[in-house]
Design a protein around this ligand. Structure first.
Ligand code: SF4
Length: 339
């Protein structure tokens, strides 16, 4: 049995929209996705929580020059085509990160700090479990950085029992987030363009293992919200159907203008993304999690040291040395994401 929860780094607190679900259910409101949310007192609390979590990054000296979280996209492929995601229009579909480049990235991270980041992810604009090499990459990371925690994000469709059991062989998973988006079959298939029953079967299998105490890490079932009453209905459905999982409605953002438009005002805050490093399957660095093509990035892991040249480039270092409001940063001033 692996049901005991170990101590995790503080990034769990950077999930402001997940924390308010109980409020949403009790007060019959969804503050996280309404266009007028910024005037809602609960949303003000969300911003305050985000700022408090961000302050913890700022106050921890080691993250000034070394990423708290590093994400590596190993295969830019997804079997879904969600209407809130830039993947359907992605210009680099099907690109595969070579094993050599993966090892080079890990080596760059290790020679700057043998302990590695606190947190790693092997996804960006993709479905990570479509990469057959994923479990080998996870093992490689665990060998190199035995203390690292790994968060996994998936649409759940490739997470059949065989794949999930392979994931359970990893002892460093700290979170599995499944992007499920709608509890109604017709809407799910319209939004995601994948088979509802297949994913639902996987969720039931994973939930049974969770209830049986086969693993301790949280499983979060997420929806990218649209501000309608469907958000609330989704939260209620997850709680009823999968009581051992955590429901989450998160706000949509516009992926730097690539998908629709944001319904949020830009908060007068910094951003936790400034303390993270994101690498795409073609080796390019992404400025942050909203930079799906790496257009706002400044280098490539093929030719740049990912810590010295990218994370500690003068542009990125300045964000962390004198962290102020995103409103004063050209690449951030129109971004409302609280990522
Ligand atoms: S563009 Fe948005 S998500 Fe990206 S670093 Fe700036 S504020 Fe953060």
């Amino acid at each position: 049995m692996l049901s005991a929860k170990p101590k995790l780094p503080f990034n769990e607190s950077l999930q402001p929209f997940q924390e308010q679900e109980d409020d949403a259910l009790n007060k019959d409101i969804i503050v996280s996705v309404r266009s007028d949310a910024v005037r809602d007192p609960t949303y003000a609390r969300v911003l305050a929580d985000y700022q408090a979590a961000l302050q913890r990054y700022i106050e921890e000296d080691r993250w000034k020059t070394y990423p708290f979280l590093a994400s590596i996209e190993t295969y830019s492929k997804c079997n879904a085509a969600c209407d809130f995601c830039p993947y359907p229009q992605l210009g680099r579909k099907g690109e595969l990160l070579s094993e050599l480049l993966f090892e080079k990235i890990i080596s760059d991270l290790a020679d700057s700090n043998p302990l590695g980041p606190a947190m790693m992810m092997l996804s960006r604009v993709n479905e990570p479990f479509l990469d057959k090499r994923l479990f080998e990459f996870i093992q490689h990371i665990e060998r190199q950085f035995p203390n690292v925690w790994m968060n996994h994000v998936s649409n759940g469709s490739p997470l059949n029992e065989a794949n999930f059991d392979r994931l359970l062989a990893s002892k460093r998973t700290s979170l599995l987030k499944i992007s499920f988006n709608d509890h109604r079959q017709d809407r799910y298939e319209a939004v995601m363009k994948i088979n509802y029953q297949n994913t639902l079967k996987n969720l039931r299998m994973i939930h049974a293992k969770k209830v049986a105490g086969e693993f301790w890490f949280p499983v979060r079932i997420g929806r990218v919200g649209d501000g309608s009453s469907d958000d609330l209905a989704f939260l209620g459905w997850v709680k009823r159907e999968f009581p051992a999982f955590e429901p989450q409605v998160s706000p949509r953002f516009d992926w730097r203008g690539k998908v629709g438009s944001s319904t949020y005002e830009v908060p007068d805050l910094g951003c936790a993304q400034w303390f993270q490093l994101h690498l795409l399957a073609n080796g390019r660095d992404a400025f942050c999690c909203t930079d799906s093509e790496g257009e706002a990035g400044i280098g490539n892991a093929k030719t740049h040291h990912v810590v010295h040249d990218i994370y500690n480039s003068s542009e990125r270092l300045a964000l962390r040395t004198n962290p102020g409001s995103r409103l004063g940063i050209r690449k951030c001033m129109s971004c409302a994401a609280l990522a």
